[in-house]
Design a protein around this ligand. Structure first.
Ligand code: C5P
Length: 211
């Protein structure tokens, strides 16, 4: 198989993570959830009691991120996600993490990466780009359901407000804002279950590869 890079972007709880993992499994490609790299920086700062608004300190933490030791269980914590979107506005942090992400994308036989700026900044030459989205209320409902399943107490309105804040921060920052690449396929999963979204994405991939 020739080198194949698939870039999947979208807002929080759009379903892009699950979709990316399923696509990577199906295509037998390594997968990187780039959100975990921003979360790892935030986690290190929080653990060390360091401020979230000091770029020099955050860049130092970003330089220590090791892709082979990203622990999703630890990093998926809600507070870490919020802190991650604060350090993600810093150009120095982005520069350090994008370098790592590009090395991952360059491996043979390719990779699936998901995040906010994969198709626009990290891998602008990706073979296939998907922008996965869903209405904020639907994304909040999914996140709320996940939290219920984990036995976490969650208020729906608070979850929705959090998703909206995160969208504003991710779309409004000046460095690498969340937006679809011009050549991305838009996949609105508001009315789709994960299987339907997966089949639709696979169809896009198959068509692009045979085009
Ligand atoms: O996707 P996830 O919720 O894990 O991402 C956490 C935060 O990391 C996002 O809200 C965003 O601010 C940041 N992020 C980013 N660029 C990426 C991936 C994540 O800015 N490629």
């Amino acid at each position: 198989m020739s080198h194949l890079v698939i870039a999947i972007d979208g807002p929080a709880a759009s379903g892009k993570g699950t979709l990316s993992r399923k696509l990577a499994d199906k295509l037998e490609l390594p997968h990187l959830d780039t959100g975990l790299t921003y979360r790892a920086v935030a986690h290190q700062l929080l653990q060390n009691g360091q401020p979230l608004d000091n770029e020099a300190v955050a860049v130092e933490a970003a330089r220590q991120v090791d892709l082979s030791s990203l622990d999703k269980d630890v990093l998926s914590d809600h507070a870490i996600g919020d802190a991650a979107s604060k350090v993600a506005v810093m150009p120095g942090v982005r520069k350090a993490l994008v370098e790592l992400q590009r090395v991952f994308a360059a491996q043979s036989p390719g990779a699936v990466l998901d995040g906010r700026d994969i198709g626009t900044v990290v891998c602008p030459d990706a073979d296939i780009k998907l922008f996965v989205t869903a209405y904020p209320r639907e994304r909040a409902r999914r996140r709320w359901n996940e939290m219920q399943l984990k036995g976490q107490d969650a208020d729906f309105d608070a979850v929705l407000a959090d998703i909206q804040h995160r969208d504003e921060r991710d779309m409004g920052r000046s460095d690498s804002p969340l937006k679809p690449a011009e050549d991305a396929y838009l996949l609105d999963t508001s009315e789709m279950d994960i299987e339907t979204a997966f089949r639709t994405a696979l169809d896009i991939v198959d068509k692009s590869r045979t085009a």
